[in-house]
Design a protein. Structure first.
Length: 314
């Protein structure tokens, strides 16, 4: 028995154990206090853990099957990617976490990195070892860089939010569009960041607008919510604002809501007392230590555009 075979027989359990550990980690939801935190960076780091998980899994698969040829590597990559797809489908079916194509890309890059690292390890002491190891290391490094790039903007936003608090949202934040999404079908609302504001074009007569989220949820210790909003058209704009906590349902009696009207081309600082917001739900108090989102939307015919400059606590 060769030395490599002896080592394989002694540690053959590592790969099956890695499959079990990977499945547990991939299906494990974030603890509640982290999942509800203001920190978008927590979610990004959580998603990035897919990369080292699949790097280790692919590397151990290569070791388990003693991969040494291109066909071996291609087969292992395919099998690991299929395993990743099964994990994402499982997340969709059982609802423990949210599946995404971005996760699949990260998983695939992690698998490629793991195979590259195995190739580098096997190349030691062989002809052209330095060239092979350099190429494999470059593939692993490039995979890591590509997997990390999508997280750069959210991380920058997180630091911008932390330094600007009690500002919850500001058009000048880097990558600020990540902190807002359309309320309504995608073709009913257009969002564009321009200057110091998020400009919202309303393309449908139904109630449509935006949701501001991923901000710090703990509003305790403050007195009011202030939103700097502008009607960017000549017609009047009847608006509604909703504030929800993480316990809010979709019932209108289970969150705070109020209405106001912006005159043509009017820019206004809308200030709402936090005690009023807390008293919004009918049968309970809205939890000001666990606020989840702010919704701003048009409720009747009128102006088809507005801009949000800032939302802050006072």
């Amino acid at each position: 028995m060769s030395r490599e075979s002896r080592q394989y027989s002694q540690k053959a359990w590592l790969f099956p154990a890695a499959i079990v550990v990977a499945a547990v980690l991939l299906w494990m939801p974030l603890p509640g206090f982290l999942d509800r935190s203001h920190s978008h960076i927590v979610g990004e780091i959580h998603d990035l853990t897919h990369f080292p998980i699949f790097t280790a899994l692919a590397c151990l698969a290569c070791r388990y099957f003693l991969a040494s040829r291109a066909a071996h590597y291609a087969s292992i990559l395919l099998c690991v990617v299929l395993f990743a797809a099964l994990m994402e489908i499982g997340q969709a079916v059982f609802g423990a976490r949210d599946p995404s194509w971005a996760d699949m890309v990260t998983n695939t890059l992690g698998a490629a990195s793991g195979i590259a690292l195995w190739i580098a390890v096997r190349a030691r002491g062989k002809p052209h070892a330095i060239r092979t190891m350099a190429f494999a290391a470059a593939v692993a490094l490039a995979s890591a860089v590509v997997a990390t790039i999508p997280s750069i903007d959210p991380i920058r936003i997180q630091f911008a939010q932390a330094s600007a608090f009690p500002v919850l949202y500001k058009g000048g934040f880097p990558g600020t569009a990540i902190l807002a999404e359309s309320l309504g079908d995608l073709d009913h609302v257009e969002l564009e960041v321009s200057g110091d504001a998020l400009h919202v074009d309303l393309l449908h007569p139904e109630p449509v607008g935006i949701v501001l989220w991923r901000f710090r949820p703990d509003w305790t210790g403050f007195d009011a919510l202030a939103i700097d909003i502008e009607n960017t058209r000549a017609a009047d704009l009847p608006m509604q604002i909703d504030v929800r906590d993480y316990a809010s349902s979709n019932e209108a009696t289970d969150f705070y809501s109020s209405t106001f009207t912006l005159r043509g081309n009017e820019r206004r600082l809308v200030v709402i007392d936090l005690d009023e917001i807390a008293a919004g739900p009918t049968d309970r108090a809205l939890d000001l230590g666990d606020v989840s989102l702010i919704a701003l939307y048009r409720i009747a015919a009128g102006s088809d555009g507005f801009a949000v400059h800032e939302a802050r606590l006072e």
